[in-house]
Design a protein around this ligand. Structure first.
Ligand code: GCU
Length: 323
């Protein structure tokens, strides 16, 4: 059995009136100053405040509780209580989620948020039965772009033969294959050294991740193609959830929603500052012209038949929201 110490993150509150009834762990794989981590701290702070100190959530950032796949597995038996994870690895456990991260699905940020904040998003949050996980709220993670250490990607043909790291997700492997590259699934924290040592030629991620992980130092060619938007989720283990009263569950849901609004604001700001930082550091940024982006888009259309055949109605509904 894995016994996880409730350590890290939380500042001691000397004025706390009651001893906590619960001290829960929260896993986050980003750095301390990253928007999702700051969202987690906000969530923990709100929960502690609204339960009068009865529920304490101890945020463990920087992946110290394990990579996302491991964290999700641990949550399934209550080894980790809460987490924020990317939809890509999560969809391996809840396959329906692949729908929400299909390539070139959204017209932009606003479209994605209209979907997630609306009925479709709520349906997905409520479709975790049988996964041993409970979904709480969405976080923003922007759009993902390609980057490489070897040469700039300016056209579809440049993808051929490139070894590109992807998240541990069948869908993402499928996307690389559709684009003609070789997919190398790997946990997030392994990517920097894999780029540095040449095990991979490139990877793909949003601006804040590219900057925060310092991947830009070892892979300076960044190509804006915005191939997909992969939202993130705050989750709680079903085993943990079952220990809580209806009243506490309501408080937790409300705090998760509030922290999501907070994270989204930070996210917008960080997208800008990260882009500025990597550009100033001398990264070579290519913006794919629309006709070239259309070729990338065309190359992945068959993925809709392969991964979303059962969800054509949901895809249609998502597209309709963007019109
Ligand atoms: C984003 C996301 C992480 C994820 C990472 C990845 O940065 O926020 O949770 O691990 O992508 O590419 O693995």
């Amino acid at each position: 059995m894995v016994i996880l110490a409730a350590c890290g993150g939380r500042k001691e509150d000397q004025t706390k009136a009651v001893d906590p009834e619960f001290v829960f762990t929260y896993a986050e794989n980003q750095a301390e100053d990253y928007p999702t981590t700051q969202g987690a701290y906000k969530f923990a702070e709100l929960v502690e405040e609204k339960t009068g100190g009865r529920i304490v959530i101890s945020v463990n950032a920087q992946g110290v509780l394990g990579d996302e796949k491991t964290v999700i597995e641990q949550m399934q038996f209550g080894g980790v209580d809460f987490a924020r994870v990317s939809l890509s690895p999560l969809a391996e456990f809840v396959p329906r989620l692949n729908v929400l991260q299909m390539p070139y699905l959204y017209t932009g940020r606003e479209h994605m948020w209209k979907v997630l904040d609306g009925e479709i998003g709520d349906d997905f949050l409520n479709s975790f039965d049988g996964s041993d996980l409970v979904a709480l709220s969405w976080y923003d993670a922007g759009a993902r772009n390609f980057y490489s250490s070897t040469r700039p990607i300016t056209k579809l043909e440049d993808m051929k033969g490139m070894k590109i790291r992807v998240q541990e997700s069948e869908l993402m492997v499928g996307m690389m294959e559709a684009l003609g590259a070789t997919a190398v699934p790997m946990a997030y924290d392994k990517v920097y050294s894999a780029l540095q040592t040449g095990i991979i030629d490139g990877a793909e991620n949003n601006w804040p991740s590219y900057e925060s992980t310092a991947h830009y130092e070892v892979a300076k060619y960044y190509t804006i193609d915005e191939h997909n938007r992969v939202p993130e989720l705050q989750l709680v283990s079903q085993a943990t959830w079952e220990k809580l009263t209806k009243e506490d569950r309501d408080i937790i849901r409300e705090c998760a929603q509030e922290s999501s609004r907070y994270e989204r604001k930070l996210w917008e700001e960080r997208e800008r500052t990260s882009e500025e930082k990597v550009r100033a550091a001398g990264c070579q940024v290519v913006e794919l012209p629309p006709e070239e982006k259309a070729r990338f888009q065309e190359a992945v259309t068959s993925m809709y038949g392969k991964y979303c055949a059962e969800y054509v109605d949901v895809i249609d509904a998502i597209v309709a929201v963007g019109k």
